[in-house]
Design a protein around this ligand. Structure first.
Ligand code: PHE
Ligand code: NA
Length: 457
């Protein structure tokens, strides 16, 4: 059984794990969440969530994968037969996410191309919801083909091609290219953004602490939610990736490195995004708060409607900033999509004893076909609904069930702690078990209740 694929190097594993973590969540979710949840004051609940839930859970998932050497369903099943479905559920959530994540990357790919000619014209909003999402040339035969089809095919070809080459030659090599390139591109963007007129105003609005929010339960929930999504926790990913680690690996240290790298990238993204928003406020002679209230500073709206407007107005080579921005989205997206898709590729190939290639064709093929659903006219609404449902319930519930099952039901934390400690120079102690057995279940349980009641209200 020891012919299981392995990472070639420790750096390879770390880049892949960071690649999964660093994604759209860092670029368009963190800045908006922080801004709306107390600005600079958000750092307190955020760091608290990182240290009491994010990193402890990351250590737990890494240890489970490393110890039981299987995809999520197999690793959970090894802990206890009754827990196999937890892994499948996470794999299913990952599968669903992959179907729309691919479409978003395909849009970013198109927008990188459109940046060159600033094709969205003077009204990017109308371009996105009107022209761009439409099928090409309605009325003719080509009207049946969504515009996003070709980029979508490219996205799946890259992702599935990477996965079929395996862990070391595929996933590791891709991340060794994508992640350093992403960091370089993004640094250029941030340097350009902070030197724009109005940038300092944007940064002041972003970092200005609103301490009155700090006792707000919602702000704390937002912090934990951001950390979970951002670290790709409870998506079967980190268990799968850690299952390819060689026997002698410092799990605990790796988790700290992944966690801090991801957070650094989030703060960097906050600086870039809010400098750009400050610039736009300056252009329109308005305040950052006014602009944020009117246009929103996160999500699909930020990337495909607000940013094109900003890009069109930036002095210098027309569209260059846009090209860099959308290329970053593409790189960040690819490395995350590879990790999400690997969860089902690994799980299916293990469960049914088929080759990785067959599993890629089968699992990836079905995901690719389903992603066409979002490429249609009504696709944006489907995407919104699915995304909302997955984020509110799929993830929090999967995380809750996972910690409760491992910590309480299987009483597995002591064994995992010993396992992690046996090859690390950072020793886990009782606080680690307390975070997982007590703090995380309380927070996630509370979050579930909150989501449900706000839904019913
Ligand atoms: N962690 C990624 C991000 O911050 C998102 C992601 C979620 C990736 C789920 C894979 C799976 O964007
Ligand atoms: Na992230």
């Amino acid at each position: 059984m020891e012919n299981r694929s392995q990472w070639g190097t420790r750096v390879g594993f770390l880049l892949a794990a960071m690649g999964s973590a660093i994604g759209l969540g860092n670029i368009w979710r963190f800045p908006a969440t922080a801004y709306e949840s107390g600005g600079g004051a958000f750092i307190v609940p955020y760091l608290f969530a990182l240290l009491t839930a994010g990193i402890p859970l990351l250590i737990m998932e890494y240890t489970i994968g490393h110890r039981y050497r299987g995809s999520a369903p197999k690793s959970f099943a090894t802990i206890n037969k009754k827990m196999e479905w937890i892994g499948w559920w996470q794999v299913l959530v990952a599968f669903v996410i992959s179907t729309y994540y691919a479409v978003i990357i395909a849009w970013a790919l198109m927008y990188a191309y459109y940046s060159i000619g600033l094709t969205w014209g003077s009204d990017p909003t109308a371009f996105f919801v009107g022209d761009f999402l439409k099928l090409a040339d309605p009325g003719q035969l080509g009207g049946l083909v969504p515009k996003v089809l070709i980029p979508l095919v490219i996205v799946w070809a890259v992702v599935l091609g990477t996965l079929s080459r395996g862990v070391k030659k595929g996933i590791e090599v891709a991340n060794k290219i994508f992640i350093p390139s992403l960091v370089v591109l993004f640094l250029i963007i941030v340097v350009r953004a902070v030197t724009l007129p109005g940038a300092m105003n944007g940064l002041n609005s972003f970092f200005e602490p609103d301490w009155s929010r700090i006792m707000d339960a919602e702000v704390w929930i937002a912090a934990y939610g951001q950390i979970f999504f951002s670290l790709s926790i409870a998506f079967a990913i980190m268990v799968t990736y850690a299952s390819y680690l060689p026997r002698k690996s410092d799990i605990t240290n790796n988790a700290f490195i992944t966690g801090f790298a991801n957070s650094s990238f989030e703060i960097l993204a906050g600086i870039g995004v809010f400098s750009a928003v400050g610039f736009m406020a300056f252009q329109y002679d308005t305040t950052v708060a006014g602009l944020a209230a009117e246009k929103g500073v996160g999500g699909i709206g930020l990337a495909f409607m607000v940013f094109p407007e900003i890009i069109s107005q930036i002095p210098g080579i027309p569209g260059l900033f846009g090209l860099l921005f959308f290329a970053s989205l593409v790189l960040a997206g690819f490395s995350s999509l590879i990790s999400i898709s690997e969860t089902y590729v690994a799980a299916v190939s293990e469960k049914f004893n088929i080759s990785r290639q067959k599993s890629v064709v089968f699992g990836g093929g079905v995901a690719a076909i389903l992603s066409l659903l979002y490429a249609t006219r009504g696709g944006l609404n489907i995407l919104d609904t699915v995304d909302h449902f997955i984020n509110s319930y799929g993830v929090a519930l999967a995380g809750l069930v996972e910690v409760v099952a491992v910590a309480w039901f299987a009483k597995e934390l002591k064994a995992l702690q010993q396992h992690a400690n046996s090859s690390s120079d950072v020793m886990l102690a009782g606080w680690w078990r307390f975070c997982l057995g007590v703090i995380t279940p309380i927070v996630l349980g509370f979050q579930m209740v909150q989501n449900l009641t706000s839904e019913l209200a």
